[in-house]
Design a protein. Structure first.
Length: 418
C-alpha cells in the first residue's frame, strides 16, 4: 500500500463516529474484502493504520488492499454484532475466514414455514432448501450464538423441545417457554407463540429499538388495564433487554472465558481447580410455599440436567437459615449425586453457618455489598472484589441462576394452591 493512500485513509478515520457499529473495507474494484464490528468505530478503524510492525503480517496484507472505508453506526454493540453477521453472510468477504469455512460458522434459524416455528442452530451446509426460514449469522463461535439465545430467551420465552408430544416441557415451569407448543390447542395460543418468534426475529435482525417500543407499549397497556402482574413481567423482560443492549461484546466474547473465571475464583479461595460448583437458594413468602433450589455449574457453565429442587419441610415461623440447613442436609443424603468442589449459598454469615456441616468447601454471597463470605476457623473472611472481577462475576452468575430457579418453583406452587 503506497504511503499517500495510507495517509489519506488514516486522516479519514478522524471523521468516523465514536459510536458502536460495523465497518467495511473495500478493494480497488469496489469489492468488500472485510467486515468488522466495534464498540468505538473510530478507535477500532484507527488501529489498522498504526504501522505494519504493530498489526502483524495478515492484517498488513489486508490493509495493503484497502481503498475505501465505510462505517454503519448502530445504537448498541448487540446491533453491531448482529449486523456484522448479516453482512458477512451477504458479501462473503475474502478476509473474513468465518464466511468461507463450511464447518465453523453457526447460524440461528427460525422455521417460519411451520405453524409453530422452531428455533434451531445450524451449520452452513445444513442451510440449503430453507428459503422460507429466517436465518441469522454466521456467528464466530457456538459460544456467542448460544449465549446470545440464552439472554434472548429471558426476554421472549420460546421452546427448545425436540419432540412435541402433547406435554408441556420442563422450561414452562421456570418461565423460559410460554406458551409451550406441545400444549397449544387453540388458535389464539398458536398466534401468541408465532408472535413471540417474530419478536425474536426482530431482535436478531438488529431492530432492537423496534422490539423495545413494542414491549414498552404492551407494558403501558397492561398497566392501564390494571393487569399489574403482567406489566411487571414485561418490565423484567425490558430490564433484560436493556442489559443485553449495554453488554460489552469485545473480541473476548468470541472465546469461552469460563476457564479464566474458574482460575480466578480458585486463586481467590485458595482451592484447586473447580470442576463442579453447586449453589443453593431459598424462596419463600412469609414461610409459605417455601422452596429450595440446587443449580450446578460444570466447568463454569450451567449444567441444567443436574438442577434439583426441594419442597421445604421446615415448619413454624419463617427461618431462612433453618431452611438452608434443611436443603443442604437433604442434598448430601444423595450419595449418588457427584460431590461438588465448591458449594455456594445465597446469603451472608447466617447462611454460611447453616452450611457448616457440608462435607465440601462453602462460601456465601451476601446481597447488600456482593461480598464473598468464607468461613475460617471460628470466624469469617470477607472478600470484596471489583464488579469487573472474573471470580465475582462467576459467583454472581451461579447465585442469580439459583435464585431464578428457586423463585420459579415457588411461583408455580403458589399458583397451584391459590
Amino acid at each position: 500500500m503506497d504511503h499517500r493512500r495510507t495517509t489519506i485513509l488514516k486522516k479519514s478515520t478522524q471523521k468516523i463516529t465514536t459510536r458502536p457499529g460495523v465497518y467495511l473495507y473495500s478493494d480497488k474494484n469496489g469489492k468488500i474484502i472485510y467486515v468488522g464490528k466495534a464498540k468505538n468505530l473510530r478507535n477500532r478503524v484507527r488501529q489498522y493504520f498504526v504501522g505494519s510492525n504493530a498489526v502483524g503480517e495478515k492484517t498488513s496484507l489486508l490493509v495493503s488492499q484497502i481503498v475505501s472505508i465505510k462505517t454503519i453506526p448502530t445504537d448498541c454493540e448487540l446491533d453491531a454484532l448482529l449486523l456484522e453477521a448479516t453482512l458477512i453472510r451477504k458479501h462473503l468477504p475474502k478476509y473474513n475466514a468465518i464466511a468461507r469455512d463450511d464447518k465453523s460458522p453457526l447460524y440461528i434459524v427460525i422455521t417460519f414455514d411451520e405453524p409453530l416455528p422452531r428455533i434451531l442452530f445450524m451449520r452452513k451446509k445444513e442451510l440449503e432448501h430453507h428459503a422460507r426460514r429466517a436465518v441469522f449469522g454466521p456467528f464466530q463461535s457456538a459460544v456467542v450464538a448460544r449465549r446470545l439465545m440464552q439472554s434472548v430467551r429471558k426476554i421472549i420465552p420460546y421452546c427448545t423441545q425436540k419432540r412435541r408430544d402433547g406435554r408441556p416441557c420442563f422450561y414452562t415451569q421456570i418461565g423460559l417457554c410460554n406458551p409451550c407448543p406441545s400444549a397449544i390447542t387453540t388458535k389464539s395460543l398458536a398466534s401468541a407463540y408465532r408472535s413471540s418468534c417474530k419478536k425474536i426475529s426482530l431482535l436478531l435482525s438488529g431492530r432492537t429499538r423496534q422490539l423495545r417500543n413494542i414491549l414498552e407499549r404492551k407494558m403501558q397497556e397492561c398497566a392501564r388495564r390494571m393487569a399489574y402482574e403482567k406489566a411487571g413481567e414485561i418490565k423484567k423482560q425490558l430490564d433484560v433487554l436493556n442489559m443485553l443492549l449495554t453488554h460489552n461484546f469485545d473480541p473476548a466474547m468470541f472465546v469461552d472465558t469460563s476457564s479464566d473465571r474458574l482460575s480466578d475464583l480458585s486463586a481467590r479461595l485458595g482451592l484447586p481447580l473447580l470442576h463442579r460448583i453447586e449453589c443453593i437458594d431459598i424462596s419463600t413468602l412469609a414461610g409459605n410455599w417455601s422452596t429450595g433450589s440446587l443449580v450446578v455449574f460444570t466447568d463454569g457453565q450451567p449444567d441444567t440436567d443436574q438442577y434439583r429442587r426441594f419442597r421445604i419441610k421446615t415448619a413454624g415461623k419463617p427461618n431462612d437459615t433453618a431452611m438452608m440447613a434443611e436443603v443442604i442436609k437433604r442434598r448430601f443424603t444423595h450419595a449418588q449425586w457427584p460431590k461438588p468442589d465448591l458449594l455456594v449459598v445465597d446469603g451472608g454469615k447466617g447462611q454460611v453457618t447453616a452450611a457448616k456441616h457440608a462435607p465440601v468447601p462453602v462460601v456465601g454471597l451476601a446481597k447488600r455489598f456482593e461480598e464473598i463470605i468464607v468461613p475460617e476457623n471460628h470466624g469469617f473472611r470477607v472478600i470484596r472484589l471489583s464488579p469487573a472481577s472474573a471470580a465475582l462475576q462467576l459467583v454472581q452468575h451461579i447465585r442469580d441462576e439459583a435464585h431464578r430457579f428457586a423463585k420459579q418453583y415457588h411461583t408455580m406452587l403458589r399458583s397451584i394452591h391459590t
